[in-house]
Design a protein around this ligand. Structure first.
Ligand code: DC
Length: 220
């Protein structure tokens, strides 16, 4: 069984997907973490901007990247190293939309996501799960929330991680990421026609989780 949860940054996808998966004993795959790992690699290797748009060079770069995600902890390993903390840093958030817009990056990540999920019962969260990765998913949910509320949520997370940042800057960053993610040429962020949209602005995490769990149970 494949459950697709898509939506913009800060819509509550990660927390919700994690809880839904735990409650129903399903696997959870955070596909954004995979794009973040690629972005982190490019930043840390100091790869020149010009290489990103060159098909052959980008292909070679991707050949040097192995991403593994632990089934139990969801920790992300980049070439064998646990990078679960680093991929959440602000420098990665600022750069990841650019990296995830590269078609070759998307091709490789989509392939990997299908490979991991195929034959398993999985909750996948991302931007294009219901539209591209698994267009025949059993249940498709599109989470959304007011941009100010999404900014507040992200701001609290970053402060907890020790980042020095203002709420205004976080909201501006989310708006710019929304724009880049939804206007890119390849698999932009959009609601699948048959996805059920849930506005989480005023919903508690528990309410979101319960709504999705009952959708899955009625579908089964
Ligand atoms: O969910 P997140 O903020 O961790 O995702 C990081 C970035 O990765 C986001 O800006 C868009 C991109 N992404 C994507 O293009 N497709 C996905 N399936 C998941 C994430």
């Amino acid at each position: 069984m494949i459950i697709a949860i898509d939506g913009p940054a800060g819509s509550g996808k990660s927390t919700t997907a994690k809880k839904v998966a735990a409650q129903l004993n399903l696997m959870h795959l955070d596909t954004g973490a995979m794009y973040r790992a690629v972005a982190l690699y490019i930043l840390d290797q100091d790869i020149a901007e010009s290489h990103l748009n060159n098909h052959n060079q980008m292909s070679q770069i991707l050949d040097g990247i192995e991403i593994k995600i632990s089934n139990e902890t969801n920790n992300v390993f980049l070439n064998g190293k646990d990078v679960s903390i680093q991929i959440r840093e602000n420098r990665v958030s600022d750069f990841v939309s650019e990296v995830s817009a590269i078609s070759l990056v998307r091709e490789r990540m989509v392939h990997l996501q299908r490979e991991i999920a195929m034959g398993n019962n999985v909750v996948l969260e991302g931007r294009d799960i219901g539209t591209r990765v698994f267009p025949n998913a059993d249940v498709k949910v599109y989470l959304n929330a007011d941009v100010n509320e999404r900014g507040q949520r992200r701001f609290k997370e970053l402060v907890k991680q020790g980042e020095e940042i203002t709420l205004d800057a976080v909201i501006r960053d989310i708006e710019s990421r929304d724009l880049k993610d939804s206007s890119r040429e390849h698999s932009p962020l959009e609601k699948a026609k048959d996805a059920i949209e849930i506005d989480t602005t005023k919903l508690s995490i528990d309410a979101q989780v319960n709504e999705i769990v009952s959708l899955i149970e009625t579908n089964n």
